[in-house]
Design a protein. Structure first.
Length: 106
């Protein structure tokens, strides 16, 4: 099971943010957020941080099969629950699945 910090890092890397030359600092310009330290990432608690990631997940899930349909449905339901913690966990699941099944084929 991944730690919160590992999940945060995975999400940051998923949306294309790379660690800068400062240890554990991320440039978050793609989602209009300042340079921040890994421990300051707020993907698990802030809609401002989560929604751009959710949009990217939705874009990548083209519903080629039932698994993608159910993941997309779960993600959308978690957003509608108004609980960022739940949406965060759904996004982590989508990214893990994407990394294992789609990204390696590219």
């Amino acid at each position: 099971m991944k730690t919160l910090e590992e999940k945060q890092q995975m999400i940051a890397e998923f949306v294309g943010h790379e660690s800068s030359h400062f240890p554990k600092h991320y440039h978050l310009h793609k989602i209009n957020l300042p340079l921040t330290k890994l421990e300051d990432l707020k993907f698990n608690s802030s809609w401002d941080w989560l929604m751009p990631v959710a949009k990217e997940c939705q874009r990548l899930l083209s519903v080629r099969n039932a698994n993608e349909f159910y993941m997309l449905q779960s993600l959308e339901e978690s957003i509608l629950s108004f609980k960022p913690e739940r949406a965060f966990e759904e996004i982590v699941e989508v990214i893990e699945w994407y990394n294992e099944n789609i990204a390696i084929k590219k």
